[in-house]
Ligand binder design. Structure first.
Ligand SMILES: [Zn+2]
Length: 485
């Protein structure tokens, strides 16, 4: 367990004195999460209905106001999610169903997508429609006026069934750049029919922040209901575009945890939320901001993705220091190389052990294990030398704190082996050509005078699932229970 270091004082708000936040407008911001709908459209991501329910519960605990659960008209799995979530009590978040305006060939009452939206039985429905004339004529292949009718009567029908409607103006910015009058007319129709929010979507992710600013300024003037922003990240601008829109008065921001989503992803709520709260002084989650890293990790795991350690705010490297000069300065005052206090987002400062680190980093690390040493102590030099030698051989200790601790304790002469390895065996087998492969591992160790034997089975050649432990009689210790993935 790392020991608390004494640190130079720092402003707990996370402000380092360099950023000047704009004055906080009074409008309350709405965080709208679409991890389960747009995020699920990312390549390599597939959520089961159970996964979705678990993610929704975490998002609810985190404090997001709206959770877009899926598109029931396009995905049977999402119908199952909406059925399950009705049985799952959420503390504060509102679950939203997503779908498109009716097809031109269907009357609204008979449109299967609209029916599926109503059958999801959510209080809020986000309905998307076309704002870009190119999409109306070339993708839908219908006259521009017909599209306006689809928007109006789809929204009106959902309102007549007592649903709150958010209108997602798909490709709004591209549409506005091509034909501003038409793009504005699409959202006017949605508002007249009863939409209570208009979400401006940068669906292709190609809009620049200064364009967002200008277009939001115009739409604010023209639109009678509060606006939202839904940005994609194809130009790496999704977070910036979302923040600019909020600065222009937009009240709802849509995005996904870790920015997962189709192509290059959606606006990343794990960056937007701390930026809002810590840089723009706009309350978004309050103190629950410190759960952000945990939720980010949870979604990564459920989505079966590799964590991005360099992700701003919530990545493991976001507050990790490697360079000797940096470490030296951070030890004196963390604000020298950290823009906010890591714990505000649930992250932590890390000093990396490496041959770049120099002695301060090494001492810092050694101290974390409760060992006090002077920097000129011969053992420090010896440990530095061993570390450099091992790194030259290709070992890396940056992500292997346990290995570093062993190395350090051996160099200090304080290493006491906790157990003696008596042997291990790993078997991987497959019994049928089209069957699954399975693995079984056993290990036998001696702890003091007691021999411990443990076995585990798994689904493939490597699996961290189901562990079981067989103890020799009389030890009476508890069993490990497997962790469900
Ligand atoms: Zn989208």
């Amino acid at each position: 367990m790392a020991k608390q270091r004494s640190r130079a004082p720092r402003n707990p708000s996370g402000k380092t004195g360099l950023s000047t936040p704009p004055a906080a407008p009074s409008a309350h911001l709405e965080i709208y999460d679409t991890t389960l709908r747009d995020g699920a459209q990312a390549e390599d991501v597939s959520f089961s209905a159970d996964d979705k329910v678990m993610v929704a519960q975490r998002l609810d605990e985190l404090g997001v106001q709206f959770i877009e659960g899926g598109w029931p008209g396009a995905n049977p799995k999402d119908i199952e999610f909406f059925r399950m979530i009705k049985e799952t009590p959420l503390k504060q978040a509102t679950v939203v169903a997503f779908g498109s305006t009716r097809k031109a060939s269907n009357p609204v009452q008979k449109d299967s997508n609209i029916q599926a939206l109503l059958q999801a039985e959510t209080k809020v429905i986000t309905l998307f429609g076309k704002s870009w004339s190119l999409h109306v004529t070339d993708a839908l292949g219908i006259p521009l006026n017909t599209n306006l009718e689809l928007i109006a009567d789809s929204v009106a029908h959902l309102r007549s069934k007592h649903r709150r409607v958010f209108y997602d103006a798909e490709h709004f910015f591209d549409g506005y750049k091509t034909n501003p009058e038409y793009a504005l007319e699409t959202i006017r129709r949605a508002v007249e029919a009863g939409a209570e929010r208009v979400i401006l979507c940068d669906t292709n992710g190609g809009t620049m922040p200064w364009e967002i600013k200008e277009i939001c300024r115009v739409v604010q003037r023209e639109c009678d209901v509060p606006l939202g922003i839904h940005a994609h990240n194809d130009c790496e601008m999704a977070v910036a575009n979302s923040l600019v829109a909020i600065e222009m008065g937009v009240v709802q921001v849509q995005g996904t945890i870790n920015g997962i989503g189709e192509r290059c992803g959606n606006a990343n709520l794990c960056s937007i939320i701390p930026n809002l709260q810590l840089k723009m002084k706009r309350p978004a989650l309050g103190e629950r901001l410190n759960r952000l890293k945990e939720v980010s990790g949870f979604v990564t795991e459920i989505a079966n993705l590799m964590p991005n350690k360099h992700q701003p705010y919530v990545g493991d490297s976001a507050f990790a220091h490697k360079g000797g000069v940096h470490i030296h300065a951070v030890l004196k005052n963390p604000a020298t190389y950290e823009h906010v206090v890591p714990s505000l987002v649930g992250n932590r400062q890390r000093m990396l052990v490496s041959d770049h680190a120099g002695r301060s980093g090494l001492l810092e690390k050694v101290e974390a294990y409760g060992i006090k040493l002077d920097k000129n102590h011969s053992k420090v030099q010896e440990l530095m030398a061993t570390l450099k030698e091992r790194e030259n051989e290709g070992y890396q200790f940056e992500g292997a704190e346990g290995s570093f601790e062993l190395l350090m304790r051996k160099a200090m002469g304080t290493h006491k082996p906790s157990f003696q390895l008596l042997g291990f065996r790993v078997i991987v087998e497959k019994k049928q050509e089209d069957g699954n492969s399975g693995s079984e591992a056993t290990v036998m160790v001696k702890v003091g005078e007691v021999v411990e034997q443990a076995a585990a089975t798994g689904a493939g050649p490597a699996d961290e699932g189901q562990r079981r432990v067989k103890r020799h009689p009389g030890t009476g210790r508890d069993r490990f229970t497997g962790r469900k993935r």
